[in-house]
Write a protein that binds this ligand. Structure first.
Ligand code: UD1
Length: 356
């Protein structure tokens, strides 16, 4: 049996790791990893392969950055010839990035079976490119692996046949569980005793320079009460440079951090402020209060069960919620069902029985 995993962007890599490892234990399976090259900086891609103990991708399509149409189309063209050559029994795609939908579309048109890891999540906000990628990928996939019950309900409402849907839990948490002991050796040396950790990269937050500036000012004000550490995504860095030197010097801007260093930072943070998807889940697992700078989330279980609070685009609300947390009234959540470090084992078993 031949399997191809397709990854492209940073958040795909911690999902690939556990699934690849679990399937490696199944006999008579040959696995290959295709990296689309959507993310290409060392600290957005290679360092994750190193830290997660993954061997380098078998093929890198090297598509790089471009508009959504160009990037998606280029992945499709380059992936098609790989697929014709490999003829896999199953193509596994991850999450909601442009690489996910591009590979799913090419695969299904060539009659290859597709499995979507992290299926069924919905923000119901079609202005997010990821929402479009999720909706379409789930329509194409033959096997849909979901992280939580709400995802199953979304898929059922969209008419996806129940026999294609498998509630397996969260593969990103598999990686977290495995790496938590290891990350203790990756604590940054000059870490303040109490700090807030910030990441922002969504176009809706960083492409609007006025809003970005308002947010940076709000975060700068907090820095008088606790240090604010801000690992900056390349997209955000470009926008901050466009703002000139207007950002508050009290923010500690840093390069994007490797997985293990970032995990150690999350675990020690008093609060995490983010617009990422995966970080909402990781903070929920770690029991660290998370303020999500978005009006909606495709991961509602992190709000209903976990430590996440949606603060929208409102600096006053961010400051209020921060005050609560600083005063010891941060949200205390629970770990959702099946976020137990074994989601990939369940995926591997389902694939084995489906492809036998
Ligand atoms: C992508 C995903 C997003 C995910 C994020 C994680 C889509 C639609 N979006 O957004 O869901 O949360 O990855 O990081 O797929 N750049 C670099 N070096 C890199 C990669 C990007 O400098 O290695 C810069 C380029 O200028 C590029 C910009 O960042 O134009 C945005 O990259 P892109 O892959 O288009 O989307 P992300 O914002 O990273």
């Amino acid at each position: 049996m031949r399997l191809v995993h397709v990854v492209g962007a940073r958040p795909n890599l911690m999902k690939l790791g556990p699934v690849y490892r679990a399937i490696a234990n199944v006999s008579n399976v040959k696995q290959s990893v295709v990296h689309t090259g959507q993310h290409y900086d060392f600290n957005m891609s290679d360092v994750f392969f190193q830290e997660l103990g993954l061997h380098a991708p078998d093929i890198n399509l090297q598509v790089g950055s471009a508009s959504h149409a160009k990037q998606t189309a280029e992945i499709m063209v380059r992936f098609e010839s790989i697929l014709l050559d490999f003829r896999p029994d199953l193509v596994l795609v991850y999450g909601d990035v442009n690489s996910t939908i591009a590979a799913a579309l090419v695969s299904s048109k060539l009659g290859r079976r597709v499995a979507h890891v992290e299926a069924g999540l919905r923000s119901f906000d079609r202005s997010m490119p990821e929402e479009i990628n999720r909706l379409l990928t789930d329509q194409l996939a033959d096997l849909l692996f979901t992280p939580s019950e709400d995802a199953n309900q979304n898929l059922a409402k969209e008419g996806v046949a129940a026999k294609r849907i498998y509630l397996v839990g969260n593969v990103m948490i598999d990686t977290l569980v495995r790496m938590l002991p290891v990350c203790q050796q990756h604590v940054l040396p000059d870490l303040p005793s109490r700090f807030a950790l910030v990441t922002l990269h969504r176009p809706s937050n960083v492409d609007d320079l006025k809003w970005l500036n308002d947010m940076l000012q709000a975060l700068g004000q907090m820095a008088s009460e606790l240090t604010v550490l801000f690992p900056v995504h390349p997209r955000t860095r470009q926008r901050i440079i466009a703002l000139g030197n207007g950002w508050p010097s009290s923010l500690r801007l840093m390069d994007p951090q490797p997985y293990l260093t970032f995990l150690a930072l999350q675990q020690r943070a008093a609060v995490v402020i983010t617009d990422s998807g995966g970080i909402q889940e990781e903070t929920t697992y770690l029991g660290v209060p998370c303020l999500t700078v978005r009006e909606n989330t495709e991961r509602p279980i992190t709000v209903s069960v976990g430590t996440n609070t949606l603060v929208g685009r409102d600096p006053k609300r961010i400051r209020q919620e921060m005050e609560k947390i600083i005063n010891g009234h941060g949200k205390r959540g629970q770990v959702p069902p099946l976020w137990d470090g074994h989601a990939a084992d369940r995926i591997s078993e389902i694939i084995r029985t489906n492809l036998d």
